[in-house]
Design a binder for this molecule. Structure first.
Ligand code: ZN
Ligand code: ZN
Length: 219
């Protein structure tokens, strides 16, 4: 089985239905069999294209998620789990024709609900801030925990309150325009055939271009 066919089938399922495809469906769609799909998914996970759970089920194909991580994203016909703050803001950029999506979450500190219309033209309005807990060089150590801790808060005060309550070290705080610029092109190409993961040097250039530098970002 062609690994790129498999990767694209997973991404298209997430984009079109909001859900991860099941292995039997993938085998049928790709005229293959379950063991080949299982092997193929494992290879894609090893190359960090996907995240699998212990049973080999697809949990994430960034920025898509099959698991709730604090965000819901509503399109015209489709509902997605938004992954983290970064991933939720990235979704409209990977879904041409969708226009603006509604991104909704709760402040992890105080429970206040927040929602934004997020599109591809300009950052959404709002004075809320994103807090990313895990520094970039460690983001893949436990990527589910990393995404679960990339959240949007009412304010800096709510970030501080949450850090105190959870006993967490401060990560990185950014405003909504910065989060939107980070998300806008980070996942470029993932829906296209022949996608190759960004080299670390290229990733550093991209981060610098949106104003993110320093030890947290690995530079
Ligand atoms: Zn709050
Ligand atoms: Zn994420």
């Amino acid at each position: 089985m062609d690994s790129e066919d498999l990767r694209l089938a997973v991404y298209r399922s997430f984009a079109e239905t909001g859900r991860a495809p099941d292995p039997s469906g993938l085998a049928e769609q790709l005229a293959s069999d379950r063991p080949a799909v299982t092997r193929g998914l494992r290879e894609l996970a090893d190359a960090r294209h996907l995240v699998l759970d212990e049973a080999g089920r697809i949990v994430m194909a960034h920025p898509f998620s099959a698991a709730p991580l604090g965000f819901a994203v509503m399109g015209r016909q489709t509902l997605w789990w938004g992954g983290c703050a970064w991933d939720s803001f990235a979704l409209p950029h990977l879904l041409p024709g969708e226009g603006e999506v509604l991104v909704a979450t709760r402040c992890p500190a105080c429970g206040q609900p927040h929602a934004w219309n997020v599109g591809t033209e300009q950052p959404p309005d709002g004075s809320q801030v994103a807090h990313l807990l895990v520094p970039a060089p460690r983001m893949w150590d436990d990527v589910l925990r990393t995404c679960a801790n990339q959240r949007l808060f009412c304010s800096e005060d709510c970030v501080s309150a949450w850090l105190r309550t959870t006993g967490s070290p401060r990560g990185y705080v950014m405003d909504l325009p910065t989060l939107w610029r980070l998300a806008a092109h980070w996942y470029d190409g993932r829906m296209d055939r022949g996608y190759i993961r960004r080299e670390p040097a290229h990733a550093a250039d991209y981060l610098r271009s949106v104003g993110l530098t320093g030890p947290f970002w690995g530079s």
